[in-house]
Design a protein around this ligand. Structure first.
Ligand code: NAD
Length: 513
């Protein structure tokens, strides 16, 4: 018999029922740091509150870490490093697979907590934990090859390279899809043999706490993953300055990346930055316009537009602009804004009132610059009265306007028409960022020419962003330094060591004879 799909209203209720006891526990227990395998309060006893973007309710009281807590965590990570580094790769692999199992077993709980803490819609978060588990499995299976190197023999030597883990590392993450995103960093670091101090974003600490607990439950040795909650300028800054921390993997705003580079300079930190974007999607008149339209809508209005890889600038060829914008307008008008636990919701509330204010400030910026707000342009009165905003479409924009230059990080799309290939490339590259680019055309030659010319770390031709874990993930210009994914991650978390073996045949200069 065919399975009948559950009604959306029933799924919504089931999600609410699932989250209720989890919230009760969270409110009761609060969130502490995980240091050396123990959940502990801050040394100072200070806490801060995390609130739900749905209705502003307090979700938990969270330990507010500072330099003392970071020092305890960095010390624990240092003490755990040697035995984690020297553990047989097969054993490390087994433990990381156990973490993946624990994540999968708790995927539904993680999904609803992430929705309530960040405002992201359940339709996108439902699979986020599963993808996080996949990250752990992918890197677990690479534990053994992490040390691999090359033999580049010369006439009288064998020249062998190998890699060794760099040491305890810091991972600092943002709030947009916090659970999955943090595993992109933490899983390869652990697979490489590094120990980790994680400082999650203060606006979304809930699932980071869950990850720390699941790792402990899965049998990760004490001190291998430590989590310290707190503000960026306190706990985050202290982590970047700590001498025992050898490298910082950071995901967040470009301005914060600059600050971290300065903070880490005294201790010569190695840094890896995944920063902001103002990514173009370029639609030529010979493209499959139906597929292009689907991708354009998806890549800016999914995940509340709070997505570094979102295509927030639509560059559309003048010859098809009117027709394409007409269809786009109709789609944006129909987007469903609602409660994040409702499976029908396409756009949920934004993370925080400060972020809502930032996104809304661009409505005036657009008008002042002379662009047109074709759809949206106001806050939205959604269930719970939270930080909802209308999905917004800005037309009649030109590339020098602020709405075409600055990262809004919300459901906010700016449309800029272009004449021809050269014009499209010039507009696409005319921003400080260079994270992703998306190109839609039926002419493969042109697709390749544009891909070559775009200043971006990742380019998709006739596709939305589809992540494949072995591929390099990262940006150019103000969008980042370094690449994640596959073997690229190990280049960051490990030191490459060169060992030269003489055949005993070469001449050694004799001095002082
Ligand atoms: P943010 O830079 O404000 O904060 C990110 C993290 O840095 C938080 O944990 C914060 O507490 C910490 N932090 C802040 N100041 C610090 C300091 N001085 N020292 C150390 N740590 C500090 O970013 P956000 O608002 O949380 O996230 C949104 C940004 O992240 C957007 O710009 C987005 O494009 C970017 N992002 C990039 C990627 C990518 O892969 N390129 C992915 C997701 C998000």
């Amino acid at each position: 018999m065919d399975k009948v799909a559950p009604k959306q209203a029933d799924v919504f209720q089931a999600n609410r029922d699932r989250v209720a006891p989890l919230l009760k526990k969270l409110r009761g227990d609060g969130i502490g740091h995980m240091i050396d395998g123990k959940i502990v309060p801050s040394v100072s006893g200070q806490t801060f509150e995390t609130n739900s973007p749905v209705d502003g309710s307090v979700l938990a009281s969270v330990a507010r870490g500072n330099a003392e807590d970071i020092d305890r965590a960095a010390t624990a990570a240092s003490l755990a490093f040697k035995s984690w580094r020297d553990m047989a790769p097969a054993m490390r692999r087994k433990l990381l697979h156990r973490v993946a199992d624990a994540i999968e077993d708790n995927a539904d709980d993680i999904a609803v907590l992430e929705c309530i803490d960040t405002g992201q819609a359940h339709r996108f978060m439902a699979k986020a934990a599963i993808r996080a588990a996949e990250n752990f499995r992918f890197f677990a299976d690479k534990c053994a090859e992490a040390r691999d190197g090359l033999n580049t023999p010369s006439e009288e030597h064998w020249n062998i390279s190998t890699r060794v883990p760099i040491g305890p590392v810091g991972v600092i993450t943002p709030w947009n899809t916090p659970f999955m995103l943090s595993t992109w960093k933490i899983a390869p670091a652990l697979a490489a043999g590094c120990t980790v101090v994680h400082k999650p974003a203060e606006w979304s600490p809930v699932t980071a706490d869950m990850l720390a607990r699941l790792c402990k439950q899965a049998g990760l040795p004490d001190g291998v993953l430590n989590t310290v909650h707190g503000l960026g300028e306190e706990a985050g800054k202290a982590l970047t300055e700590h001498p025992a921390i050898k490298a910082i993997g950071f995901v967040g705003e470009s301005a914060t990346g600059s600050a971290i580079m300065a903070q880490g300079s005294k201790t010569l930190k190695r840094v890896h930055f995944e920063l902001g974007g103002k990514n173009p999607v370029i639609v030529f008149d010979d493209a499959d316009l139906d597929r292009a339209l689907d991708a354009v809508v998806f890549m800016i209005y999914s995940l509340n537009g709070e997505r570094c890889t979102s295509s927030s600038r639509l560059l559309v060829q003048q010859s098809i602009a009117d027709k394409f914008i007409e269809k786009l307008t109709a789609r944006v008008q129909k987007l469903k804004v609602g409660h994040p636990l409702d499976p029908a919701t396409e756009v949920g509330p934004l993370i925080h009132e400060r972020h809502l204010a930032k996104v809304c400030s661009y409505f005036d910026v657009a008008k002042k610059d002379g662009a047109t707000i074709a759809v949206g342009g106001k806050p939205h009165d959604g269930p719970g009265g939270g930080h909802y905003v209308q999905p917004t479409l800005v037309t009649n924009a030109s590339s020098r306007m602020r709405v075409a230059q600055e990262e809004v990080f919300g459901p906010f799309l700016t449309v800029i028409p272009f004449r021809d290939e050269a014009d499209a490339i010039e507009i696409a590259n005319g921003v400080q960022y260079g994270l992703t680019g998306y190109v839609w055309t039926g002419d493969m030659g042109r697709a390749l020419r544009v891909a070559d010319a775009l200043e971006a770390g990742m380019i998709w031709l006739n596709s939305e962003n589809v992540r494949h874990l072995p591929t390099p993930f990262g940006g150019m210009k103000a969008s980042g330094i370094g690449r994640d994914g596959g073997d690229y991650s190990f280049d960051f978390y490990m030191e490459t060591k060169h060992v030269s073996l003489a055949r005993g045949t070469h001449k050694i200069q004799k001095l002082g004879m």
